[in-house]
Design a protein around this ligand. Structure first.
Ligand code: PMP
Length: 955
C-alpha cells in the first residue's frame, strides 16, 4: 500500500493564522480561531468578540469545483425540503467559494458557512432509541430530498461509496494491525457477496453519504441540522441508512435501537425487501471500510488527533456487526420495520378466537379511566373483561404507559410501561406458534425461536415438550381462570426483562423488543418521541419569549385532584397550581362546563342565566361591603387593565402608585404597574411616567423590619400621594396584592393596608386590590387578602382560580365607578363571562363552598406551615416560611439574608425527580411558591415536606 492511494488524503496544510487572516480579508470577520476535527478537510470556527461565529471550511485540494457545486446543490435540496443545513455566507465580493493557497503552495477551495450552535447528537449524551429513530427519520427525509439530483460530479468514486467497499478494504487491508486482517477481509468478502446477490435491485441516487450522529447537530431549541456534505455523491439509496445503522449499533450495542433508526428511515423513505436484505451486509462493509481507513489515515496523517481518537470507535461497527449472523440481524431489522422476520412467512394467529382482537386503551388518556378510575385496584381486569368479545380476544399494547399502574404515591415511580403485549382470551383456548421454530418450555411459559427471534408466552398452560413446532402448532392453552397471556420478544441471546418498565427506562431493548409485528398489532408510541415532538413544535410555534416550566419538562396529558400524570407514566403531586384551585378535573366542574358547552356558548352580550348566576354568587362573596358591581373578563391581565382604566376614568386622573417587586400581568396597563425583576429584569427602569413606586412591605428583608415597619412603609406611600397632590397631579389609584403573592406570600405588617388605603383616599384616589393569586379562600383565615389585612378596597381583580384554569376573570367594584366607564362608551369583552366561562366560575364558587375548601386551606395550610417550620429548624437554608393557608413561600438563604438563588432552582429540579411540582418566585428567585389546589390533603402536605427534606438533605 502506498501513500498515493486514491482513497487516502491528508488534510490541507493550513494553520490558525492563515485561516484567521483569510476570513478577515474576505469575509471581514475577525475573531478567535479554533480548529474543529475533520478526516480530510480543515474546519475552523472563527468567533468574533460579539460572540457571533462562522465556520471556515477548507476543502482538500483534490476536491473539484464540480464536487463543491454538487454539495451546494445538495444543500439547497435539503433546505427546500425543510431539513436545516448550514447556509453558505458569501464573501465580500459575493462569491460563495474562494481559492486559498495553503502552506505548501497548493490551492485549496475555501468557504464560510453559518456556524450551528449546539452539540452533535454524538456529543450530546447517550443515544437512546428515540434519538436513533429521529436520526433515521432525518436520514430518510434527506434521501427523499436528494432523490432525483442529476449532477455531472455525482459519480465520485470516493472511498465512502459502499459500492467500492470491498475494493477499498482489499487495497488498504495492510494498514490494519496484522491480527485483525483475516477476520476483516473474510467478513467484508462474505458481506459483499450477499450484497452482490441483490445489487441489481438496489436503487441508486445522490446520498449524503455520512449521515451519522457526528454530522447531525442539535440546537438549544432542539432543532436538528444536517452538517458536513463532504461525502455527498451517488451510491445505493440503502447505503444512507446502512451507514447510520452502523453508527447507532456502535453507540448503543443494541439491535433494537438500530432497528429504531431503520424504521425511522423507512417511515420517510420506503425500503424494498431487497434493500432490507442488503442492509446488514452493507453495515458490515461500512464497518470494514471504517476499520481500515481509520488506521490508514493515521499512517499518512499521524498528527490528526481527530482520526486517532476515533480509530477504536471506527473498529466497533465491524466488530459488533460481524458478530451477528446476517439472517438474525436481518430478521430483527425486518421486525423493526413491521414485516415478518423472514421474507416468505405469514404468521398464524397466536390464540384461537384472535380474529380482530379488541385493543384496550389502558394509557394515560384512556377515557375509560377518567375521574380517577385508574386508582381502583382491579381496573385492568375489569376493562379487559368488559371489552373482550364473547369467545374473542382483547389485547393491551406493547409500550403503553398504563395509567392503571401509576401509583397515587408519587415518591416512587412505578413500572407502568408495558414491555409485553397482554392477551385476554377464552379460558382453555388453544395457544399456537405464530411461526415454525424450536420450542422450549419452563413452568407456565413457552419460548419459540427462529433466526434469533425469541417469542415468549407467559401465563399459559403448556401442552408441548421441547423441540420443533410447525407454524400454527398448539403450544399450550389459555389458563382456566382467563388471566391474561403475557407475550414478549427478545433478540438473539438477550436475557428476559421485567414485563413493565419505569418512566425513565428505554422504550425497547434487545431484552424487551416489541412482539407486535409477530401478532399483527400496532404498538403504542414511544413517549420520549412524543415529548420531544411536542416540545419542538411548541418552541417552533411560539418562539423564544414564551415561558415554560423546567429544563426537561414532563409532558402532562392528565391530572386528577392534586396529581398530574405524564406520558411516561409517572405521577406528580401538584404544589404550584393556584390556578386549578378546586383540583384537577373536578367532576362537578367538568360536568357543568361540558353540559354548558353542549347547550350554549356564545358572545357575552347575549342574555343567558349563567352570567347572572356567576356574578351574583361572586357578589355574595363581598356581601357587607360597598362593593356591588361585577364585570367578567377573560384573564388576570385584562382584569387589572380594566381596574386601572376604571380608576383613571372615575377620578379623571392618570397617576398610579404601585409596589416594587409586584406582578400584575402583561397587557399594556397591567405591565405598566408590574415592577418585578423576576419577570422583566429591566422593569424598574422602563415603567411609564404615570407609575410611582413604593417599597414592598416585606418585614423579613425589606428596609423596615421592626415593630414600626407598618407605619414606615405606609408613610412612604402617603409621601408619594402627598407629593403627587402637591404637584397638581394627584393619584388615581394605589394597586397592590394585599398579600404579596409574587414575593412568595409575604404578609404585610398589621395596619399597613388600612393606612395606605387611607392615604390614597385622602387625596381622592382609589384602592385596587389584586386578588388574582391570593383570593378566593386560599388564605384560609379569610376569603380575600384585603379581609385578612382589614381594609376594604374600591376595586378588586379576580382571575386564575376563578375559572379553575378556564379563562375567566372579573373586576368587582362599586356602581359609581363603573358608571364612569359607561360615559366613555359601553364596555364588553366577548368571551368574558360567556356561558361556559360563567358556568365555570359558578362551579368554582359552589365547590369551594360545598367542600369547605377555605377551611381545608386553613387546616391543611396550618399543618403544612408547621411541618415546614420544623424543616426550617433542621435546615439553615430555609430562612423563613412566608404566607398563610395554602399560599406559602419557603425562602431559601445563605449567610443571613443572601438569596440562595441557585439552590432554589436546584431544589425545584430535584423535587421534580421526587415527583413534586414546585416552582420558584420572588424578586430574587429564592422562594419556593407553595400554592397547591385547595383540595390538598394532610397526607399530600406530608408527602411534599418529606420530599423537600430529602432534597435539602442531599444538597
Ligand atoms: N395579577 C397577579 C397578582 C398575577 O399573579 C397574575 C398572573 N401571574 C396576573 C395578575 C395576570 O393574570 P393572567 O396571567 O391571567 O393574565
Amino acid at each position: 500500500m502506498t501513500d498515493d492511494s486514491p482513497f487516502l488524503l491528508a488534510r490541507p496544510n493550513v494553520d490558525h493564522a492563515l485561516a484567521g487572516a483569510f476570513v478577515r480579508e474576505h469575509w471581514r470577520v475577525e475573531g478567535e480561531v479554533h480548529e474543529l476535527g475533520s478526516q480530510q478537510d480543515r474546519n475552523y470556527a472563527v468567533t468574533a468578540p460579539t460572540g457571533h461565529r462562522v465556520l471556515l471550511k477548507v476543502h482538500h485540494p483534490s476536491t473539484t469545483a464540480g464536487e463543491i457545486d454538487l454539495q451546494l446543490v445538495a444543500a439547497d435540496r435539503l433546505t427546500d425540503a425543510g431539513i436545516r443545513t448550514p447556509s453558505a455566507i458569501p464573501a465580500r465580493d459575493g462569491s460563495v467559494t474562494l481559492p486559498l493557497v495553503d502552506g505548501d503552495g497548493v490551492v485549496a477551495t475555501a468557504r464560510v458557512l453559518e456556524f450551528v450552535e449546539g452539540s452533535s447528537l454524538a456529543d450530546g449524551g447517550a443515544m437512546d432509541g428515540a434519538v436513533a429513530e429521529r436520526l433515521g427519520r432525518t436520514a430518510g427525509r434527506a434521501v427523499a430530498a436528494l432523490a432525483g439530483i442529476e449532477h455531472p460530479a455525482a459519480e465520485r468514486g470516493i472511498q465512502w461509496d459502499l459500492r467500492r467497499a470491498l475494493e477499498v478494504v482489499e487495497s488498504l487491508i495492510d494498514d490494519l494491525p496484522p491480527e485483525r486482517r483475516d477476520a476483516c477481509l473474510e467478513a467484508a468478502r462474505d458481506a459483499a457477496a450477499r450484497v452482490a446477490a441483490v445489487a441489481d435491485a438496489l436503487p441508486l441516487q445522490v446520498v449524503h453519504g455520512d449521515l451519522t450522529a457526528d454530522n447531525v447537530m442539535r440546537t438549544p431549541q432542539d432543532e436538528l441540522y444536517v452538517v458536513d456534505l463532504g461525502d455527498v455523491g451517488r451510491s445505493w439509496r440503502v447505503a444512507e441508512i446502512a451507514i447510520l445503522a452502523g453508527d447507532v449499533l456502535a453507540r448503543t450495542e443494541s439491535l433494537a435501537a438500530t432497528g429504531r433508526a431503520v424504521s425511522g428511515f423507512a417511515a420517510e423513505a420506503e425500503l424494498s425487501d431487497d434493500e432490507v436484505d442488503a442492509l446488514w451486509p452493507l453495515v458490515v462493509l461500512r464497518g470494514a471500510v471504517l476499520a481500515v481507513s481509520g488506521w490508514s489515515q493515521l499512517r499518512i496523517d499521524g498528527d490528526n488527533d481527530y482520526a486517532r481518537e476515533r480509530v477504536e470507535h471506527e473498529a466497533a461497527v465491524l466488530n459488533l456487526s460481524s458478530a451477528i449472523p446476517h439472517d438474525e440481524a436481518t430478521a430483527a431489522l425486518r421486525l423493526a420495520l413491521g414485516r415478518p422476520h423472514r421474507r416468505d412467512v405469514a404468521y398464524a394467529p397466536l390464540v384461537d378466537g384472535w380474529d380482530a382482537p379488541v385493543v384496550l386503551d389502558l394509557g394515560i388518556t384512556s377515557p375509560q379511566l377518567d375521574e380517577g378510575r385508574w386508582t381502583e385496584p382491579d381496573a385492568e381486569t375489569r376493562l379487559a373483561r368488559d371489552a373482550r368479545p364473547a369467545s374473542g380476544v382483547a389485547v393491551a399494547r406493547f409500550g403503553e404507559a398504563r395509567l392503571t399502574r401509576v401509583p397515587w404515591d408519587v415518591s416512587a415511580p412505578a413500572a407502568a410501561r408495558a414491555r409485553i403485549v397482554e392477551v385476554w382470551a377464552e379460558p382453555a383456548a388453544a395457544v399456537r406458534a405464530p411461526f415454525a421454530g424450536t420450542v422450549s418450555v419452563v413452568d407456565d411459559s413457552v419460548e419459540l425461536r427462529d433466526r434469533g427471534v425469541v417469542l415468549r408466552v407467559d401465563g399459559l398452560e403448556p401442552s408441548t415438550g421441547d423441540g420443533p413446532v410447525a407454524a400454527g402448532g398448539i403450544i399450550g392453552r389459555v389458563a382456566r381462570d382467563g388471566a391474561g397471556l403475557r407475550v414478549s420478544r427478545r433478540i438473539r441471546s438477550a436475557a428476559p426483562s421485567a414485563p413493565f418498565g419505569g418512566p425513565d427506562d428505554e422504550y425497547e431493548t434487545d431484552a424487551a423488543a416489541d412482539p407486535s409485528p409477530l401478532l399483527g398489532l400496532v404498538p403504542a408510541p414511544d413517549p420520549t418521541v412524543t415529548v420531544r415532538e411536542a416540545r419542538v413544535a411548541r418552541e417552533r410555534a411560539m418562539g423564544g419569549a414564551s415561558e415554560r416550566y423546567y429544563a426537561e419538562p414532563p409532558q402532562f396529558e392528565r391530572a386528577w385532584g392534586t396529581r398530574f400524570v405524564d406520558v411516561r407514566g409517572r405521577a406528580y403531586l401538584d404544589l404550584v397550581n393556584n390556578v386549578t384551585a378546586i383540583g384537577h378535573s373536578h367532576p362537578v366542574f367538568v360536568d357543568r362546563v361540558t353540559r354548558q358547552l353542549r347547550l350554549l356558548n356564545t358572545n357575552s352580550r347575549f342574555l343567558y342565566a349563567a352570567y347572572a348566576r356567576f356574578t351574583e354568587k361572586l357578589l355574595a362573596r363581598v356581601a357587607g361591603t360597598r362593593l356591588d358591581t361585577v364585570i367578567p373578563v377573560n384573564s388576570g391581565s385584562e382584569a387589572v387593565d380594566l381596574a386601572l382604566r376604571l380608576a383613571q376614568l372615575a377620578t379623571g386622573r392618570r397617576e398610579v402608585i404601585a409596589l416594587r417587586e409586584g406582578y400584575h400581568g402583561w397587557t399594556m396597563g397591567a405591565d405598566a404597574v408590574t415592577t418585578s425583576a423576576f419577570d422583566n429584569p429591566a422593569a424598574l427602569d422602563s415603567r411609564p411616567d404615570w407609575v410611582h413606586l413604593a417599597d414592598a412591605p416585606n418585614t423579613y428583608r425589606g428596609p423596615h423590619r421592626g415593630p414600626d415597619a407598618a407605619a414606615a412603609y405606609a408613610a412612604q406611600v402617603a409621601q408619594i400621594a402627598d407629593r403627587l397632590a402637591a404637584e397638581g397631579r394627584p393619584a388615581a389609584a394605589f394597586i397592590s396584592e394585599p398579600v404579596l403573592g409574587n414575593a412568595g406570600g409575604v404578609i404585610p405588617p398589621a395596619g399597613y393596608l388600612p393606612a395606605v388605603y387611607d392615604a390614597i383616599r385622602e387625596h381622592g384616589g382609589l384602592a385596587i386590590a389584586d386578588e388574582i393569586q391570593v383570593g378566593l379562600g386560599r388564605l384560609g383565615d379569610a376569603f380575600w387578602g384585603w379581609q385578612l389585612l382589614g381594609a376594604e378596597p374600591d376595586i378588586v381583580t379576580v382571575a386564575k382560580a376563578a375559572g379553575n384554569a378556564y379563562p375567566l376573570g372579573a373586576v368587582i367594584t362599586r356602581r359609581e365607578i363603573v358608571d364612569a366607564l359607561r360615559d366613555e362608551g359601553k364596555f364588553f369583552s366577548s368571551a368574558g363571562g360567556a356561558p361556559a366561562g360563567a358556568v365555570a366560575g359558578e362551579a368554582v364558587l359552589d365547590v369551594i363552598e360545598a367542600e369547605s375548601l377555605q377551611e381545608n386551606a386553613r387546616v391543611v395550610g396550618a399543618h403544612l406551615r408547621h411541618r415546614l417550620e420544623e424543616l426550617a429548624a433542621r435546615h439553615p437554608l430555609i430562612g423563613t416560611v412566608h404566607g398563610t393557608g395554602l399560599y406559602l413561600g419557603v425562602e431559601l438563604v445563605r449567610d443571613g439574608l443572601v438569596p440562595a438563588t441557585a439552590e432554589t432552582a436546584d431544589v425545584c429540579e430535584r423535587l421534580l425527580d421526587e415527583g413534586i411540582i414546585m416552582q420558584l418566585t420572588s424578586e430574587r428567585s429564592n422562594v419556593l411558591k407553595v400554592k397547591p389546589p385547595l383540595t390538598l390533603t394532610r397526607e399530600d402536605a406530608d408527602e411534599f415536606v418529606d420530599a423537600l427534606g430529602r432534597v435539602l438533605g442531599a444538597l
